[in-house]
Design a protein around this ligand. Structure first.
Ligand code: SAM
Length: 307
């Protein structure tokens, strides 16, 4: 691992190796578009480079200017704020291009976390990137990485699904498509839909899939639920407080059952039904006749099930 130039320097283009020019702009004299991450709750998580960049930027494009004004005021930064949100982004690309052509330094921020991650900025970055403009990341918090870092689910490979569709049909279709996904799955969810989303997981993924729900990360009422879908459904309905705030839902990947796992779980299902209706000895004896398994093994299993 190596760190480069840990001294504060907001003009990070000075830190770059001149040979690393593959993705560098063909518009060397132009300004720079900085993609600046901001905290996801705790203002103490702002980075030094984010503050320096926001201070020196000629303009700051923000998803919600009132919200960003509060952030800037907290850190004593003035900032020329420009609205850039889902509804005006395509139209705003032209204006940002002109500012960059005039050599300006432009910062893009969203309401919280990293821009473009379930937030505006995709059209801007993709269009300006293709045209060869200078675009530099100022990394920081993002709810997905923050949540994964404490989930304890496999993180060597994972999928990010963002928000599920709002309507039942679309949501169920998306979940069905992901049901057999072997990687950890990460979803964003809001307070309005967290309960119905968990109900949908119960319906499609079943009760026992392992899940971790991270609520209000880095904020005063941060909570993390670890368990399975049925337990989470119960936890969410226990208190209206559990449904408030912002959520990252992480679901363990599907584990393919081997043929023998499947046979064993079918035998266990059969035994459960028989044990519910019959004395243990009779249940084991019947199960042995049906499955061809040894009676004494099934008897032991039936005793465990009954207990
Ligand atoms: N750009 C942001 C990022 O980098 O994480 C995400 C913006 S997206 C519009 C907002 C969603 O992110 C919330 O509905 C929630 O799912 C998740 N989120 C943001 N902040 C969070 C927090 N403090 N705790 C849990 N989830 C959070």
């Amino acid at each position: 691992m190596s760190y480069e130039n840990t001294e504060s320097n907001s003009d990070s283009s000075l830190d770059k190796n001149p040979d690393e020019s593959i993705s560098k702009s063909t518009h060397e004299k132009q300004g720079v578009l900085y993609i600046v991450a901001t905290p996801i709750g705790n203002l103490g998580d702002i980075t030094q480079r984010a503050l320096e960049t926001l201070k020196m930027a000629d303009r700051i494009c923000a998803e919600d200017t009132r919200n960003t004004r509060k952030l800037l005021t907290h850190f004593g930064i003035q900032g020329d704020l420009q609205a850039l949100h889902d509804h005006n982004e395509r139209f705003k690309v032209e204006a940002v291009k002109n500012w960059l052509d005039a050599g300006e330094k432009i910062a893009l921020v969203s309401d919280a976390g990293t821009p473009l991650i379930s937030d505006p900025g995709y059209h801007l970055v993709s269009e300006l990137g293709e045209l060869g403009y200078n675009i530099e990341p100022i990394p920081g918090a993002s709810a997905i990485i923050t949540a994964l870092s404490i989930a304890g689910l496999p993180t060597d490979r994972f999928t990010f699904e963002g928000f599920l569709p709002a309507k039942n049909v679309g949501r169920n279709k998306a979940l069905l498509a992901n049901l057999k996904e072997p990687r950890t799955q990460v979803y964003y969810e809001s307070s309005h839909r967290i309960a119905v989303t968990i109900d949908a997981f119960f319906e499609i993924y079943g009760a026992t899939r392992k899940v971790v729900l991270a609520r209000e990360l880095t904020k005063m009422y941060e909570q993390v639920y670890r368990g399975n879908v049925a337990g989470l459904q119960q936890w969410i309905s226990e208190s209206p407080m559990h449904q408030k705030g912002e959520f990252v839902l992480m679901v363990a990947g599907h584990i393919e059952e081997t043929e023998s796992d499947e046979i064993n779980s079918s035998i266990e299902e059969l035994l459960k039904i028989l044990v519910d209706e019959l004395p243990v000895k009779q249940a084991a004896s019947l199960a042995a006749k049906i499955t061809g398994r040894k009676k004494n093994e099934l008897y032991k299993q039936a005793m465990d099930l009954r207990d």
